[in-house]
Design a protein around this ligand. Structure first.
Ligand SMILES: [Zn+2]
Length: 104
């Protein structure tokens, strides 16, 4: 199944975009902490290690679904996982970019 959004993560999961939050940026002032808990990054690190976009299997797909859940939840709280990884956990960035940046 293909998706319109061209996120490799969503292609792995199938169906409609798994990263869309359905929320527009802007007006809502953010009172939440702009940091992601270190143990959440630990979980993300374990998940991306399991996901191989070039050879998807059931385990990788389950990890992809979980990762998309985390990214959506954090985005709703104004925490953009990829952006925060760039400053806090740069070693995670290549794997996250591979999964979450739209394919050109
Ligand atoms: Zn998507």
């Amino acid at each position: 199944m293909t998706t319109d959004c061209r996120h490799p993560l969503c292609e792995l999961i199938g169906g409609s975009c798994s990263l869309a939050t359905g929320r527009s940026r802007g007006c809502t002032p953010s009172l939440t902490e702009k940091k992601i808990a270190p143990d959440l990054f630990d979980e993300v690190r374990e998940l991306v290690a399991v996901i191989d976009p070039s050879a998807p299997d059931e385990r990788g797909r389950a990890a992809a679904i979980r990762l998309a859940e985390i990214m959506r939840r954090e985005a709703r709280n104004d925490r953009h996982l990829l952006a925060l990884a760039r400053t806090d956990e740069p070693d995670l960035v290549p794997a996250l970019e591979q999964l979450c940046l739209r394919r050109r």
